[in-house]
Design a protein around this ligand. Structure first.
Ligand code: EPZ
Length: 434
């Protein structure tokens, strides 16, 4: 594919970008990496013990590198070899991660729960909003306060301190106002070392929350109600080390299912846990794709695509993180589809870029009406956020001509070796670096 850098490409390589020539069918098998949204919170949970935590199947992503820097800034020791990460937090010497790091990775705020439970104090910068929404953390803070922490928010910094003479938080009942993934995880990590029993109601049920409970239980925590919206935690005095493997990334797996869908290809995707993506599998089958479980993987066979409609919801509903990639596929489906984004108030920024490629999409508030077209055409496009970047990659796989995609900073946050994996499936895709 590499025919050297032509005049055009010379002009284009001021920033890293992907060059994709569309129109190829895909075939073969793709290996799914560990889940970003699980690995990040498992790394935060490692702060809860002074023993070694060995995490396997950790994805090579820039978000993971950022979280590693945050743990290092707190005094943890890390040993990262390929996809194994060993963390030791026996000599934590700082309870306040730096603003620059927290500001570039929202998930780092989830460390406030484990830091507070372990050190009795945590001072974490407010993460602020991001491109897809304001993303408040009021439920995280309300939960820690209910567990007995003294909370102050000043100068953009959340200070949480345990004031009880026992130097422990106190178990209680917490009813979440929304089934926030992050708030459930923060409260879980604080409650495992608290005195007595904590019950979290309206808890998030995402597989990443279940994976966190898996690690905490392996560390000696006492938790009941896994996978349900009512989680009960009986606090223990100390947690010990553990060796744990991160679940496969269901959002990456979903993205490759949609790559097969939009290119009308047959692919094997592994490892794959169907229970993690039931709502997506239902919609893919409704759109005409055939999915067959095959050992630890799944085979998807896609032909003519039919329009489908969905609204994003908390798990087990349709995941917001696959809304943009699914929309890409529906731009090429027969008929009109309706997609409503209910989780984030600003997660339809990929629409103008898809329209630039010839997609027929009309936006009205949080809903997009997508009328299928017979072809998309290549154009220079820019990704606005992580999942928008995946949507543009998918559209470029079928677009007529060569598409240049900027904003790879977003893609690299959540997709490990995306272009390498697509190239191994037969796509014409290259990364152009300055
Ligand atoms: C996690 O974010 C994921 N990130 C997100 O993935 C994912 O989109 C989201 O869960 C929903 O599935 C990580 O796990 C690192 P939430 P989180 O708290 O925990 C509102 C990706 O693409 N809310 O469940 O931050 C909030 O504003 C990323 O990989 C409050 O109102 O999500 C949002 O509208 C993007 N108050 C909704 O709840 C709160 O205190 C869901 O947010 C907390 C949240």
């Amino acid at each position: 594919m590499n025919k050297g850098v032509g005049i055009n490409e010379a002009n284009h390589t001021l920033t890293p970008q992907l060059k994709v020539t569309g129109g190829r069918k895909l075939s073969g098998e793709v290996r799914i990496s560990g889940a970003k949204n699980s690995a990040l919170v498992l790394m935060a949970a490692s702060l809860l013990t002074d023993d070694d935590i060995n995490l396997r199947n950790v994805p090579p992503l820039t978000d993971i590198a950022c979280m590693s820097n945050i743990l290092l800034s707190l005094g943890a020791k890390l040993d990262h070899r390929v996809d194994n990460l060993s963390i030791n937090s026996s000599n934590l010497n700082n309870s306040s991660p730096p603003y620059e790091l927290v500001n570039s990775l929202r998930a780092s705020f989830f460390c406030i729960g484990s830091l507070l439970a372990r050190m009795g104090i945590a001072q974490v910068p407010l993460p602020g909003g991001c491109r897809i929404g304001t993303r408040p953390v009021a439920e995280h803070i309300r939960g820690l306060h209910a567990l007995g922490a003294k909370i102050e928010i000043e100068h953009g910094l959340v200070s949480a301190v345990i004031t009880s003479p026992q130097h422990r938080l106190r178990g209680t009942n917490i009813q979440l106002r929304c089934p926030s993934v992050g708030a459930t995880e923060t409260i879980l990590m604080a409650a495992v070392l608290a005195e007595g029993e904590t019950v979290i109601q309206n808890a998030a049920r995402e597989p990443e929350v279940t994976d966190l409970i898996g690690l905490l239980t392996a560390m000696g925590a006492n938790i009941h109600g896994t996978g349900t919206s009512t989680i009960k935690v009986i606090g223990v005095r100390r947690l010990h080390g553990a060796d744990y493997s991160v679940i496969p990334d269901r959002i990456e797996a979903g993205t490759f299912l949609l790559a097969a869908g939009i290119t009308k290809s047959t692919l094997r995707i592994a490892p794959f846990i169907p229970e993690h993506l039931t709502a997506v599998i239902d919609k893919l089958q409704e759109a005409g794709c055939i999915l067959k479980q095959d050992g630890i993987g799944v085979i998807i066979q896609a032909n003519e695509l039919k329009s489908v409609s969905f609204t994003t919801q908390p798990f087990p509903g349709f995941p917001t993180d696959l809304q943009a990639p699914f929309m890409s596929m529906l731009t090429m489906a027969k008929g009109a589809s309706l997609i409503t984004e209910k989780i984030y108030e600003n997660r339809l920024q990929h629409v103008p870029e898809l329209q630039r490629m010839g997609a027929s999409i009309v936006l009205h508030k949080d809903t997009a009406l997508i009328k299928g077209v017979s072809k998309l055409s290549a154009a220079p496009v820019t990704a606005s956020d992580l999942r928008a970047s995946a949507a543009l990659v998918l559209a470029s796989l079928v677009a007529d001509g060569t598409t240049y995609i900027r904003g790879l900073y977003h893609l690299d946050r959540g997709y490990a070796f995306m272009e390498k994996k697509l190239r191994s499936l037969g796509a014409y895709i290259d990364r152009l670096n300055p």
